[in-house]
Design a protein. Structure first.
Length: 207
């Protein structure tokens, strides 16, 4: 299954729709205002394989802003680069993590500007897919009392999904159960490593 807005056919004319449909990675098209204009079959397949259906098909229809799907700490980063790609008509490349509870996954994203600033084509390709290495990411138990701060909130990194340990300043733990579904009283921020990646200029001042 794929979806394509009629008014996006012209901006997408340089690309082969059969090739986009056959691509193993998630591909989506965006209008210049960053609303969804095209979804390839892998978009829906990835959602189904990761427990996102039927909600993804029901809620993430053509016309919805892709920014609504991005946690607030990451939203500015993607919005800035998407608009820069449109403004300069240059390709933007980016790597990101999208791990499951059991597997470490890293993706390569290429964002192609379409003719005359009419939109973007976003191609995501899997680079790494392997079980988590306990030596790199030791799993911890989902004990809410351990990870709640003084306000009763749990802070999860919006990128790597590790959870801040309030008792130790630089400690962020890997809690697999909270990757699948985090507690209601969860806020999102960045661990120090991810913060320096997404906001390298003045990172220390912004923490």
């Amino acid at each position: 299954m794929s979806q394509l807005a009629d008014e996006f056919r012209l901006p997408l004319r340089r690309y082969s729709l059969p090739d986009l449909r056959a691509h193993s990675g998630t591909i989506y098209g965006l209008f210049s205002d960053l609303r969804l204009a095209y979804l390839n079959p892998a978009w829906f397949r990835f959602a189904a394989e990761n427990g996102g259906e039927p909600r993804i098909s029901e809620e993430w229809t053509l016309g919805r802003s892709i920014l609504d799907s991005i946690p607030s700490p990451l939203r500015d980063f993607y919005e800035r680069h998407f608009h820069e790609c449109l403004r300069t008509a240059t390709v933007w490349k980016h790597e990101y993590e999208c791990s499951s509870a059991a597997r470490y996954r890293r993706f390569h994203q290429i964002v192609y500007p379409l003719d005359d600033g009419t939109g973007l084509l976003v191609v995501n390709s899997l680079l790494v897919d392997r079980p988590h290495d306990p030596a790199e990411r030791l799993p911890y138990a989902p004990d809410q009392r351990t990870y709640q701060d003084a306000d009763g909130l749990i802070c999860q990194c919006a990128h790597c999904r590790r959870v801040k340990h309030p008792g130790e300043l630089e400690r962020w733990d890997w809690i697999p159960e909270w990757v699948t579904g985090f507690p209601k009283a969860t806020s999102h921020g960045f661990c120090p490593t991810c913060f320096r990646f997404y906001y390298p200029v003045g990172a220390d001042a912004g923490r």
